[in-house]
Design a protein around this ligand. Structure first.
Ligand SMILES: *[C@@H]1O[C@H](CO)[C@@H](O)[C@H](O)[C@H]1NC(C)=O
Length: 526
């Protein structure tokens, strides 16, 4: 039996291979405490934490009647002139919210730069987005944000949200994206009549180690935008709320246990798009992102919200935490190899690859196969799979299938079985199963050995896809168990949730309850 030590795999096992060394996953947040820090937290948990929590909750409840008063009977699609009592309610709410953040340890907020007027910059683009604490600048400016329609039905919070006149995106409505963009456009072109719209163009939370790809939503209207930077210059990062890391309550708890939490908001000069940028929102977004990254001193990484989904894809077969598939996803997107890949295309691809009969390609052969010039990106993809200068294209097709349909892992396995079967009986031998499971799921060699024996209980020496499915039905947790062998780190509960895909430019700080998996689940899956 031969188990090559390829990069796509070794990285999966957490070793530092060439690729994983520069591979970055900004959706991970790992917190480690020294004994002293633990002691501090313990003391704070018994003393300051309950007081702060109560006070913050009280402030939120106190804000509710004011927000309710202001929103009741208000028109959804027009702004009425600012009457003195509305002005007063606005002021009171800002004060209450400020008190709430104060009780959370955000004693002062450093603001740099000059906020533009709504007529100067109708849209604020804020980055990096890392937590629900990013709501601080929202409550300070009372700017509108883009939110999921469902959030307005949440008690108390929903009313507070409605107060800032969010642009709602609905998931049930097919046309929702277009309508959202139109609504943003309409408000942006109202000449300062509507409040500014604050958009987190990254669309999801990262650990602030880089700027991920910007969604075009904020840039489609082609109006001037003001970039706003967020920093949390604290010794320990208790703020980041990413998909792999501490959940919402833990973040709240740890943050409230810090004596003081620093936050810094920096308003950069308003960016007015050129004619070219107005026509090309992607270019506009990319230029703004460069300016922001430079001001933050952070690198740019072309991961997007979808890659985050990919990393978090759930089900009995789950992608491992350090998977290089993210890197793979980034590369295929850059080459445009991901666009238009449907189930049929994948099947055709599999058929084509089958005809190669397992012969291995070198890098020239691979670039020919892709119909791409031999660029650096092609070479990078090749190096993810290569072993002794050659690669098996079937592995590329498996990875492509995972990347294009992260939630339908079984389809991928089925496709893989079809590519690897020796005869038309849909059966694969142990070595082949090892390749399939490693490429698709990052399962280690010695695990496959046990697994194969468990599935092939009649000792036929090969198993079919149906055998595999049957096994999975009886033992749905098997990947989790086997991953645990590699990764002693407990998997956080938030891994079970998956981000919604409709609204990439949505602010991501509506409350979810991490303690109840199903609640968090239904919230994000809605
Ligand atoms: C944040 O993401 C980077 C990758 O971009 C990673 O190297 C780093 O360890 C992450 N930070 C934490 C605290 O997990």
């Amino acid at each position: 039996m031969r188990f090559p030590n390829r990069k796509l795999r070794t990285a999966v096992d957490g070793e530092d291979s060439g690729v994983s060394a520069h591979f970055k996953n900004p959706f991970v947040h790992e917190l480690r405490f020294t004994p002293l820090q633990k002691l501090k937290i313990a003391v704070m948990t018994m003393t300051l934490f309950p007081v702060r929590l109560l006070f913050a909750a009280f402030m939120m409840l106190l804000a509710w009647p004011f927000a309710f008063m202001a929103t009741v009977g208000r028109s959804e699609d027009a702004v009425e002139p600012l009457s003195w009592w509305r002005w007063l309610v606005d002021l009171v709410l800002k004060a209450i919210m400020r008190a709430m953040w104060f009780s959370g340890g955000f004693h002062w907020v450093r603001v740099k730069g000059r906020p533009a007027l709504p007529s100067e910059a109708p849209i604020l683009t804020m980055a990096p987005h890392s937590s629900y604490f990013d709501a601080i600048p929202v409550t300070m400016t009372m700017a509108s944000i883009v939110m999921k329609t469902e959030s307005k039905d949440i008690p108390v919070w929903g009313t507070l949200i409605k107060f800032i006149r969010p642009v709602f995106v609905s998931r049930s409505d097919q046309d929702s994206r277009r309508k959202t963009v139109e609504e943003i456009k309409r408000r942006a072109c109202s000449d300062g009549e509507w409040p500014q719209i604050m958009i987190f163009p990254e669309g999801t939370c990262t650990n602030r180690s880089c700027l991920i790809a910007f969604k075009p939503g904020a840039f489609i209207p082609g109006v001037p935008v003001q970039p706003v930077l967020l920093r949390y210059p604290n010794e320990m990062d208790t703020i980041s709320w990413t998909w792999q890391g501490p959940g919402a309550f833990k973040i709240l708890w740890l943050t409230l246990c810090q004596l003081h939490n620093s936050i810094e908001i920096e308003y950069l000069p308003t960016y007015t798009p050129s004619e070219e940028e107005k026509k090309d929102p992607a270019l506009f977004a990319s230029n703004v992102r460069h300016i922001m990254a430079k001001a933050l001193g952070l690198p740019i990484i072309d991961y997007s919200f979808e890659d985050c989904q990919l990393a978090m894809a759930k089900g009995p077969l789950r992608l491992p935490r350090h998977t290089c598939l993210l890197e793979f996803a980034r590369l295929v997107r850059r080459l445009g190899l991901k666009t238009g890949v449907t189930d049929e295309v994948l099947h055709e691809e599999a058929f084509k690859v089958r005809k190669l009969c397992g012969s291995r390609l070198d890098v020239e052969g691979f670039s020919q196969y892709l119909n791409q010039p031999l660029t650096e990106a092609v070479q990078d993809i090749f190096s993810l799979f290569e072993e002794h200068g050659k690669m098996d294209v079937r592995e590329y097709v498996i990875a492509l299938s995972v990347v294009c349909r992260p939630f339908r892992y079984l389809e991928t396995i089925k496709l893989a079985f079809r590519m690897f079967e020796a005869q038309e009986d849909g059966a694969v031998v142990e070595d082949e199963l090892a390749v399939v499971l490693k490429t698709a799921l990052g399962i280690g060699d010695f695990v496959v050995c046990d697994l194969f024996r468990a599935i092939d209980c009649q000792d036929k020496g090969k198993i079919t896809f149906d055998d595999f499915c049957r096994f999975l039905e009886n033992c749905p947790d098997f990947v989790e168990q086997y991953h645990c062998l590699h990764e002693p780190i407990p998997q956080p509960s938030r891994e079970s949730t998956s981000p919604s895909s409709t609204n990439g430019f949505c602010a991501d700080f509506s409350p979810r309850d991490p303690s109840t998996r199903s609640a968090a689940h239904s919230k994000k899956q809605d």
